[in-house]
Design a protein around this ligand. Structure first.
Ligand SMILES: C[S@@+](CC[C@H](N)C(=O)[O-])C[C@H]1O[C@@H](n2cnc3c(N)ncnc32)[C@H](O)[C@@H]1O
Length: 274
């Protein structure tokens, strides 16, 4: 395992996460009571604009019930559960962080979705799936943790069927040096940001054609302004990432407001690779 993957894994090493989730979810009633996926939305969508962003991305990718979908860097599984609940598709999540995968499985059992949604521990740079297995792949707020973008996008291309969709929603470099810590990195040592242009070029070079490319920085800024005014919801990603998370989020908001960073939404189609 490379130093860089170890540093990223350390950042997401959420010790005791499943127990913390169990305790936090007691507000919804006893353990054996089934939860609705949307009850978890304030703590299981680990990206800017939360559930709304996942819903928009899935809509742009035109997810349907007959699809087998891969969520790369699936976190604690909120996007995967949302896709299965909304579209009836099968979703597989893969994530580097063992505690996150354990938590994702626990939450999925609590929502009663384990028949449609499953999770594996693994690296996006060596996806544990055969070629051409999936109809669509999602990548939300993950690429900024990955230095080897050509390999990342080649791996995603490899596991997609020809014509398969790749939908990404990520933080990109904009006009300046980012302030740290941020939600994906305490230091620049585990952060590997690219501009929107360089991101799309790297994706296309891996065997994709661009279908949609959108700058969603303004929507993210508006979301951060609202969050600042209302304060965080009582159940939030602090349960997952611990006390420091408020500072990480504040810095991401400042990076966006100061145009140091931006948000890219894009959907691509897998084309034949020469
Ligand atoms: C900010 S979270 C986003 C989680 C999820 N996509 C979501 O939006 O809720 C980033 C996730 O990417 C995962 N990750 C980072 N680098 C990875 C890699 N090389 N392979 C697989 N997962 C990775 C982390 O473990 C973490 O769960």
């Amino acid at each position: 395992m490379t130093d860089e993957l170890d540093r990223v894994r350390d950042h997401y090493r959420a010790t005791g996460l499943t127990d913390r989730l169990k305790a936090a979810l007691a507000v919804f009633g006893p353990e054996e009571e089934r939860l609705k996926p949307e009850q978890l939305a304030t703590l299981d969508q680990f990206h800017t604009r939360g559930l709304a962003a996942t819903a928009e991305l899935a809509n742009l990718a035109v997810v349907t019930a007959d699809m087998s979908v891969l969520d790369v860097g699936s976190g604690v599984g909120g996007p995967a559960r949302f896709l299965a609940a909304t579209y009836g598709c099968e979703v597989t999540g893969v994530d580097l962080s063992e505690p996150f995968v354990e938590a994702a499985r626990y939450l999925t059992a609590r929502t009663g979705q384990d028949g449609k949604v499953s999770f594996e521990t693994g690296s996006a740079l060596a996806l544990p799936f055969e070629d051409g297995r999936f109809d669509a792949a999602l990548l939300q707020h993950v690429a900024m943790n990955i230095a080897d973008r050509p390999l990342l996008y080649r791996e995603i291309r490899r596991v997609l069927k020809p014509g398969g969709k790749f939908a990404t929603f990520d933080v990109v470099l904009n006009g300046g040096d980012p302030l740290y810590p941020v939600p994906w990195a305490k230091t620049p040592g585990e952060s590997f940001l690219l501009t929107a242009e360089a991101t799309c070029e790297a994706v296309e070079a891996a065997g994709f054609a661009t279908l949609v490319r959108r700058d969603d920085t303004a929507a993210a800024k508006a979301w951060f302004s609202e969050l600042r005014a209302s304060g965080p919801p009582s159940l939030n990603l602090g349960v997952v990432m611990g006390q420091g998370f408020a500072e990480f989020t504040t810095n991401l908001g400042r990076n966006l407001m100061q145009d140091r960073l931006g948000i890219l939404t894009a959907v691509f189609e897998a084309v034949p690779v020469n």
